[in-house]
Design a protein around this ligand. Structure first.
Ligand code: AMP
Length: 139
């Protein structure tokens, strides 16, 4: 568990432009938006990364995220957007409290830029890797 600037935002100790709140979820505008309407959706549970978030908070986020995305679309007029969720400093996480970015992509191209260098999946290695992942999934 972590205590970050987002904990203080949830508590109202630091101001934010709140767009949504329920008993498990909080959402507010990003202070350094990549495009107008860039919104952060966070669980109130102070989990550092997604893999340690409880099932209850995960379910609450899963329910709220599409609803807030629809509202961002309606308010900004965008019909395209990215969801970004970073885990760990090498993966560009700066605030260590789980958060989902909703980032509208404007007609002019502002929004999230993605560097994507795809490889090739070897079928033998893929079979072994898929099996390892499948066997590691716990309830
Ligand atoms: P990440 O790199 O995924 O950890 O993103 C953290 C995000 O939090 C960045 O986009 C920041 O602009 C945003 N952020 C940091 N402090 C605040 C704040 N006080 N209010 C709103 N957004 C914030």
């Amino acid at each position: 568990m972590s205590d970050t600037i987002f904990t203080k935002i949830i508590a109202g100790d630091i101001p934010s432009h709140k767009v949504y709140e329920d008993d498990k979820v909080f959402a507010f505008l990003d202070i350094n938006p990549l495009s107008p309407g860039h919104t952060l959706v966070i669980p109130k549970e102070p989990a550092k990364t997604l893999d340690v978030l409880s099932d209850e908070s995960s379910a609450a986020i899963g329910r709220a995220l599409p609803r807030i995305a629809r509202a961002v679309m309606a308010a900004t007029g965008t019909d395209q957007y990215n969801i970004l969720q970073n885990n760990g400093p090498r993966a560009h996480q700066a605030v260590f409290h789980v958060h989902f970015h909703i980032i509208p992509k404007t007609d002019g191209g502002s929004g999230l830029g993605v560097g994507w260098k795809p490889g090739n999946l070897d079928s033998v290695e893929g079979s072994a890797l898929a099996l390892r992942i499948a066997e590691a999934i716990t309830n």
